[in-house]
Design a protein. Structure first.
Length: 194
């Protein structure tokens, strides 16, 4: 599926982030579509093609490919990128504000996996502090707490390792505060659940 094919069936409003079905002619009617061009245009033309599921927007391949063998879902922000830039974005495309339903072009950027994962919204139901692990170490299975963060290369950096849970939390919170004050790290308060 390339830009030329997809742009026959969809249009993208880059200011709102919405993807709409286009009105088509007889020559553009997909193979395997069981209805007429008039039916296509009355059912689809001008209507939203993206839909919300699990807090992400998707576009079904079935809406323009009509392949009876399989149905493939595309993420709407990938289709938005394709319709705006006329090329597929690759594997990782990031929402700058962390909202996976906001597909405005100004909110989309290419990013590696580390930046993409870092930019996810924190889980509001998380019970343990972010960046603090508990494990049993050594032969005697001594309870140990570890405060850590993941750097830009995807490596875990240990800030504290010891028996004091409260100290591990304090060290992690100090690192978060220093990182937020720095301003060049790309982190915001949202990343730390604040």
């Amino acid at each position: 599926m390339d830009y030329k094919y997809i742009s026959k069936y969809f249009e993208y409003d880059y200011e709102s982030g919405a993807i709409y079905h286009k009105e088509i002619g007889q020559e553009d009617l997909p193979d395997g579509y069981k209805h007429s061009v008039e039916a296509w245009n009355s059912r689809k033309a001008g209507k939203r093609a993206d839909y919300l599921n699990d807090m992400k927007r998707y576009v079904n391949r079935i809406v323009y490919a009509y392949d009876s063998e399989k149905i493939v879902k595309y993420l709407a922000h990938h289709i938005a990128w394709l319709l705006y830039h006329k090329e597929w974005p690759g594997s990782n495309l990031d929402h700058i504000n962390g909202d996976a339903t906001d597909n405005r072009i100004e909110n989309l950027r290419k990013a590696d996996g580390v930046v993409n994962n870092r930019n996810k919204k924190p889980d509001p139901f998380r019970k343990k502090p972010r960046g603090v692990r508990f494990y049993l170490s050594g032969k005697s299975k001594t309870p140990t707490f570890c405060a850590w963060y993941r750097d830009d290369n995807g490596k875990d950096v240990v800030l504290y390792r010891g028996r004091d849970y409260f100290e591990a939390i304090c060290v992690r919170k100090s690192w978060e505060n220093d990182t937020l004050m720095d301003g060049t790290s790309g982190y915001t308060e949202r990343h730390f659940g604040r």
